[in-house]
Design a protein around this ligand. Structure first.
Ligand code: AHR
Length: 624
């Protein structure tokens, strides 16, 4: 029996309660959300021709004089490299780009090909751009006619005749001579909101459907970098994409279950795009910045205290960039020049990602003072390190509390049992202390043969049970996000993840549906007396009471819900998310763990919900 006091507890669930955590891990940005299809488009990877092949070059015996490419370096540019293509005999010299684990091509879809070209000393007349399948059969084609001697951007569109999962982009040069080339790019026209050079439509749609309250970006460990030189610097990620300085991704190779030595960040998805994304999703932006500490799991490099100023200035400038008046501030003006005169209404900023210890506190204090002296209204998210049941976590909380931060970020990746045992975790938290941002969490269930921990139902169900605890403690927990968000099936470094994708499509995991069901069913908490994992809220606008019940047992249960006031209706809607086995999961083409709706009749004023074994059940009842 679940006794429900229909009067709210007076606690308000924050609009930011359920949000998303985005990090460029598992190919989430380049080759993922950012819809660019050409890998190493500006030849800036450590090996400048990574991702490119020259099948008929001078090293091939059939046509030794066909041509070759040479890399030049212009030290005066942020992205230094460009290519000189030398065509020897007008017989099929080609450059082929392999894409990010192949190029996904959709039948009937149109693609924009573009590149920067300049004529060399002798004449090359055309560049033919073709999309080809795994067997080099042409799927789409367009031609660029070179008209100008100087650098110029050329763009052509082409339409695909077939769907191919792992295609390639092939460039063929006609004429004889030399040509300079840079920023070779290919985008689908069908991007989110049709923006040129934009984001992948299907992936943003999945985020949109989560109705997130905030978007935390850009990570994660990539905020920190393995070394400080390799940290995320937001100012280098705005403006013309051709001028955004690329760096190696912190998730390159070492942490890969599958080798990814070619994992770089082009920052085509940069801070302007993140702010825009948050706005599109109706979510609060939550940028996290480096606090002058490289990843403590790597070098742990520290900036000296006397050299901390530029880091602090980055935070102040970011607030001005997001909110500043274009007429009065330098960074507000820059935002307006980038096409967004309206402020982004930034309310939160994170100082450091997963940092801990005295070195963190020393740096945090300086940031806090500088930010709040100028912007007292900004809420600062401070780190507490990964949750370890250990000393430094408690030490961090104890010391941070003295500094009166608004939100403390907790991270926990733990087995499902931990989530069940910790569903009451926040019952014990100090109501007058800082608020909690459960900024990264996921239940980690058993591993498969490939070392990949599964997004199975057991994990998702334990997260649901845990989330009832977040919701009941909404006076302490103000924000939460599952992590990581995305993973490409052929290039992942961390599992489980909320959404899996390949070059053509994506699927939502059971954990995704748990997140979604909580996010779209918010309200103000009610009091329930029960021995289940449950929480109840009232949505005053919709005039609805919503009860969430999680049954982690292997047997079906009937739960009688006893509301303190009579309900206005004869039937309720019930949403059930369940699976037949704990290790069951979703995959491409088989997304069967999805919410199912049914109606429950109220007989003799009794509300009896069937709560199947291992299920999350959401009951919604209209009230007067
Ligand atoms: O989500 C994956 C990683 O886990 C994040 O980058 C980091 O913050 C945490 O250690």
């Amino acid at each position: 029996v679940l006794q429900l006091d229909m009067n709210t507890t007076g606690i308000k669930i924050q609009p930011t309660m359920y949000g998303i955590f985005f990090e460029d891990i598992n190919q989430a940005a380049d080759g993922g959300l950012y819809a660019e299809l050409v890998k190493n488009r500006s030849f800036e990877f450590t090996e400048p021709l990574t991702g490119w092949k020259q099948p008929n070059t001078r090293y091939q015996s059939e046509n030794p004089d066909s041509g070759y490419a040479t890399v030049f370096n212009n030290p005066n540019k942020t992205n230094h490299n460009y290519l000189r293509v030398t065509v020897g005999n007008d017989k099929n010299y080609q450059l082929v780009n392999e894409g990010f684990r192949g190029i996904g091509i959709q039948k009937e879809a149109s693609y924009d090909f573009s590149c920067l070209l300049a004529k060399g000393e002798v004449n090359i007349r055309t560049v033919k751009a073709e999309l080809v399948d795994e067997n080099n059969k042409v799927v789409a084609s367009a031609e660029v006619k070179i008209t100008n001697p100087g650098w110029q951007k050329y763009s052509v569109a082409m339409k695909a005749s077939r769907t191919v999962e792992k295609g390639k982009l092939r460039l063929t040069f006609t004429g004889k001579g030399t040509l300079l080339m840079d920023m070779v790019s290919l985008f689908p026209q069908d991007t989110w909101k049709g923006r040129k050079g934009g984001l992948r439509q299907d992936l943003v749609q999945k985020l949109y459907d989560l109705k997130p309250g905030f978007v935390r970006f850009p990570g994660g460990c990539i905020v920190e970098g393995r070394t400080l030189a390799n940290r995320y610097q937001w100012k280098k990620t705005i403006g013309d994409v051709a001028d955004r300085e690329l760096i190696i991704n912190r998730w390159n190779t070492e942490f890969s279950h599958r080798s990814s030595p070619d994992y770089f960040q082009t920052f085509g998805l940069g801070f302007m795009e993140y702010f825009q994304l948050a706005e599109d999703l109706g979510a609060a932006p939550l940028p996290i910045l480096s606090c002058g500490m490289a990843c403590q799991f790597n070098t742990g490099e520290l900036v000296r205290m006397e050299d901390l100023d530029p880091y602090v200035q980055d935070a102040l400038d970011l607030i001005e960039f997001a909110n500043g008046d274009p007429a009065k501030t330098k960074w507000g003006k820059f935002r307006a020049e980038l096409g967004h005169p309206q402020p982004f209404n930034l309310k939160f900023i994170g100082v450091g990602n997963e940092q801990w210890g005295p070195d963190y506190l020393e740096r945090y204090r300086i940031f806090e003072h500088a930010i709040h002296s100028r912007y007292p209204e900004i809420n600062i998210v401070s780190g507490s390190g990964p949750y370890s049941d250990g000393e430094y976590f408690d030490y961090g909380w104890k010391e941070l509390k003295k500094l009166d931060p608004q939100l403390i970020d907790e991270h926990y990746y733990k087995p499902p049992q931990w989530f069940l045992e910790n569903a009451a975790r926040y019952d014990r938290y100090d109501r007058s202390g800082p608020k909690v941002f459960a900024g990264e969490y996921a239940a980690h269930s058993g591993s498969g043969d490939d070392g990949r921990k599964r997004n199975n139902w057991e994990a998702a169900l334990s997260e649901a049970a845990f989330m009832t605890g977040l919701e009941r403690n909404a006076d302490v927990v103000y924000m939460s996000s599952y992590a990581p968000l995305f993973a490409h099936t052929d290039n992942w470094q961390w599992a489980p993840d909320l959404i899996w994708f390949n070059n053509l499509g994506s699927y939502a995991t059971p954990s995704y549906y748990v997140q979604q069901l909580f996010s779209v069913n918010k309200g103000s908490p009610l009091t329930e007396k029960q021995r289940l994992y449950a929480s109840a809220v009232k949505d005053a606008l919709k005039k609805e009471v919503i009860v969430k019940i999680v049954n982690v047992d292997g047997t079906d249960r009937e739960v009688e819900v006893v509301p303190s006031h009579p309900v206005a209706v004869k039937k309720l809607s019930e949403t059930v998310l369940t699976a037949s086995k704990p290790d069951d999961t979703n995959t491409f083409g088989r997304e069967h763990i999805i919410p199912a709706e049914k109606e429950v009749l109220i007989k003799n004023r009794k509300i009896v919900a069937s709560v199947p074994a291992r299920s999350l059940v959401i009951l919604k009842m209209k009230i007067r």
